[in-house]
Write a protein that binds this ligand. Structure first.
Ligand SMILES: [Zn+2]
Length: 251
């Protein structure tokens, strides 16, 4: 594959992905950091868990043990020396859109523990992409993993963030007012459970945190610029959340 910035059209959204050929140092077993994640950041898949609130529907992703082991591998590969995952104390809530029409298709995409397809992401690790929540177009919120289990949803922030996927995109299935309301309600619940949460961002804002204290990625070439969920959606959600959450530019 050609090396360079590449425009990828997906469901009306434009994503710029950094495509590079060859192995980077972080991919080779010999030079991989290989360091164990400090005990303070270890986590184990939770066999039984409850959703963050009674109004949230639980639909756990399968293969939790395999996914957790692969996610540990991912974080060992991607976290710079001295940076620990802090799944018990997440700092950032990252909002997304699914670029698809149904929660079912999103859940099915997340269900395998291992990534398939997505060649631009394969070199970044074997664990599948995922999130913690899927918000249906009617506002129904589905939780697919405990909030204390890291998920692969935002490069540079996976070690300390919670991912919320909204079913839709920017064109064919514009995000709904019901989703805005449910994101606001969900964020309030998350802040009550995790007072450590300090930031609320859209996925398209994640690169603005690069160079800041929360962003951590050992491979400087492993980045992507996403379009989801867009400024309009973020403005509506931010207008509804209680004060105190910072945006991407604030440390
Ligand atoms: Zn996203």
């Amino acid at each position: 594959m050609r090396r360079g910035w590449r425009a990828v059209g997906a469901a009306g959204a434009l994503a710029l992905l950094w495509i590079s050929t060859g192995l980077s140092a972080s991919e080779t077993p010999e030079t991989s950091t290989g360091k164990p994640i400090p005990a303070s950041s270890d986590w184990a898949p939770v066999a039984a868990w409850a959703p963050v609130a009674a109004w949230v529907t639980a639909r756990p992703l399968p293969h939790a043990d395999e996914r957790a082991a692969l996610m540990q591998d991912y974080l060992r590969q991607h976290l710079p020396a001295g940076v620990a995952a802090t799944p018990e104390a997440p700092r950032v809530v990252v909002l997304h859109w699914t670029a698809g029409p149904t929660a079912e298709s999103c859940w099915q995409t997340f269900a395998p523990a291992r990534l398939s397809g997505r060649p631009e992401l394969q070199r970044g690790g074997a664990v599948n992409v995922g999130a913690h929540f899927i918000v249906e177009r009617d506002g129904t919120v589905i939780q697919v993993q405990p909030t204390t289990t890291p998920a692969r949803h935002a490069i540079g922030l996976n070690h300390l963030s919670i991912g919320v996927e909204n079913v839709g995109d920017g064109a064919r299935y514009p995000l709904t007012e019901a989703q805005v309301a449910s994101n606001i309600r969900l964020i309030a619940e998350l802040r009550a459970v995790h007072p450590s949460i300090s930031h609320l961002i859209g996925h398209h804002e994640a690169l603005s945190m690069k160079g800041g204290p929360l962003y951590a990625e050992a491979d400087p070439k492993y980045v992507n610029q996403k379009a989801d969920p867009g400024d309009a959606f973020m403005a509506k959600v931010r207008a509804g959340v209680a004060p105190g959450l910072r945006g991407p530019a604030a440390p």
